[in-house]
Design a protein. Structure first.
Length: 169
């Protein structure tokens, strides 16, 4: 059984995934990291090939990782928006939604120029984040087996909470 972390960009999926792997001895994978290792920078993929191509690459990585066992998988923020990805991940995994407030996400992402979905000339980063959070939160909540709030907590605290919640998985 795999542990799958989902949530908005900036929620801490990568950092917390690494902490969980350290606590449990599981192998850790970041879907965006796997894609970047194989195909180059995520921002370049979005720019040259578009978001639909990137989403196709995500699905390929999900199908590959879901066949393995005892992994911690940190997903990209939009990965669980595709029903096919959720179905694949749920067959051999428990999904944990790392829920972060708009305030927390703003603090973490306002200085991050690497996020393709935040690069827009028509909206401020804060407005774009607010819109994405409103659109995505119901989906994250729907697919999650567990919901963990991250605001005001250290990555170590969150990782221990998730390990405790999923101990019998």
């Amino acid at each position: 059984m795999n542990l799958v972390l989902c949530g908005m960009m900036g929620a801490g999926k990568t950092t917390i995934g690494i902490k969980i792997a350290e606590l449990t001895g599981r192998r850790w994978y970041d879907t965006d990291g796997v894609i970047a290792d194989r195909h180059g920078k995520i921002s370049d993929i979005f720019e040259y090939y578009g978001e639909p191509h990137f989403r196709k690459l995500e699905t390929e990585v999900v199908k590959e990782l879901a066949q393995k066992d005892d992994l911690v998988i940190s997903t990209g923020g939009g990965l669980v928006l595709k029903k096919e990805n959720n179905e694949v991940l749920q067959k051999n995994g428990k999904i944990v939604f790392l829920r972060a407030s708009l305030e927390t996400l703003n603090k973490r992402l306002i200085v991050d120029g690497t996020r393709p979905l935040l690069q827009t000339s028509t909206e401020s980063i804060s407005d774009r984040l607010a819109r994405l959070l409103k659109e995505r939160t119901p989906i994250y909540e729907h697919v999650a087996d567990y919901i963990v709030d991250v605001d005001g907590k250290t990555p170590e605290t969150i990782a221990k909470e998730i390990v405790s919640l999923t101990a019998n998985e």
